[in-house]
Design a protein around this ligand. Structure first.
Ligand SMILES: [Zn+2]
Ligand SMILES: [Zn+2]
Ligand SMILES: [Zn+2]
Length: 329
């Protein structure tokens, strides 16, 4: 994996759109992102459009996430579209290979096993029965006394017969006719989150976007990441700073601590305390994913830092909402 790729990915993890989409993968809402078909617009990704705004951006956005190896993809379908008007409303027509007429008749070839006679099904048909035109024996059991021996087509224009028709492509919008060489084919993909990206993304940034959205919807001014100047004159960075109210605003700072080992030490509590001691916000939260040591909890209580333990992004936003907005303990 290239180093530049990693730098690009880390940049993308800070992007709001990327965070919102990856959060859906990480919380299980999306396992694999499949395109949705609509006969008028062709394929689209409504869940992505809801994030980025419209369909033309959705494709470029997914391409970028694929190129930077955040998402992997598999071919889900291929779509045919018109080389003249770009419409995806294309019908595939099976035509006569001799005169290219559309009016061909497809028949089934039947072989009478006993006498070896082979002909199209119509010539065997006697009402609801099948009777061999050569030896006049009735055929009753498929694969025993007779078998299907393939297809046979006849052109109603030039009367020639053939077994494999040729395909031609008709645009229902501009009514153009195209052959295989001319028709445009586009791959349509289904996307999933790469395992490596899952690990990189869970290291924090993906969680920030849903928190930011939640607080914005609740009327907070939100900055993320945010720098606040302390009494000492030093600038301190917080993952999220939310402000509310007119005049003297109430300031809430939120930091995030994640651990792949499963438990977080008291270290982020100490780091956050050092910053809030200097900055003096009204409230301070530490989101610990998935949980924090007992010692960390005790220290947080002493320092008046509220701890939110959460298994995933959904848990974290839910608990944060309850604590911050409704004062639940
Ligand atoms: Zn023909
Ligand atoms: Zn026969
Ligand atoms: Zn067309």
């Amino acid at each position: 994996m290239s180093k530049t790729g990693k730098v690009e990915r880390l940049e993308l993890y800070r992007d709001r759109d990327t965070q919102l989409l990856l959060a859906k993968f990480l919380n299980g809402e999306i396992k694999e992102l499949e395109p949705v078909y609509n006969p008028k617009q062709g394929y689209s990704y409504p869940k992505v459009e809801a994030i980025v705004g419209d369909s033309s951006h959705a494709e470029a956005f997914l391409n970028k996430l694929h190129e930077t190896r955040i998402l992997e993809r598999r071919i889900y379908d291929k779509i045919l579209y018109c080389p003249k008007c770009s419409s995806a409303s294309i019908s595939v027509r099976h035509c006569c290979p001799h005169c290219k007429a559309l009016d061909i008749k497809k028949s089934c070839l039947i072989e009478h096993v006993k006498c070896g006679y082979m002909d199209v099904e119509e010539n065997f048909r006697k009402g609801s029965r099948l009777v061999c035109p050569k030896c006049h024996e009735e055929l009753t059991r498929i694969d025993v006394d007779h078998r299907k021996a393939g297809v046979w087509c006849t052109c109603k224009e030039c009367s020639k017969s053939f077994d494999v028709p040729i395909a031609s492509y008709f645009c229902r919008d501009c009514r153009g006719n195209f052959d295989f060489e001319e028709i445009m084919i586009k791959n349509i993909y289904a996307y999933s989150l790469r395992e490596e990206a899952k690990n990189e993304a869970t290291s924090g940034w993906v969680l920030i976007a849903p928190i930011r959205e939640l607080l914005k919807n609740e009327g907070f001014d939100v900055e993320s990441p945010a720098f606040l100047k302390g009494k000492s004159g030093a600038n301190h960075m917080f993952d999220v700073v939310a402000r509310k109210g007119r005049g003297t605003q109430k300031v809430t700072v939120i930091d995030l601590a994640t651990s792949s080992e499963g438990i977080i030490s008291e270290q982020p509590v100490i780091a956050l305390f050092a910053k809030i001691f200097d900055v003096s916000p009204d409230d301070a939260y530490l989101i610990a994913m998935p949980k924090i040591t007992e010692n960390g909890k005790k220290m947080a209580q002493l320092y008046k830092i509220q701890i939110i333990e959460a298994k995933n992004e959904r848990d974290a936003t839910k608990t944060l909402k309850e604590k911050m907005l409704y004062g639940k303990e």
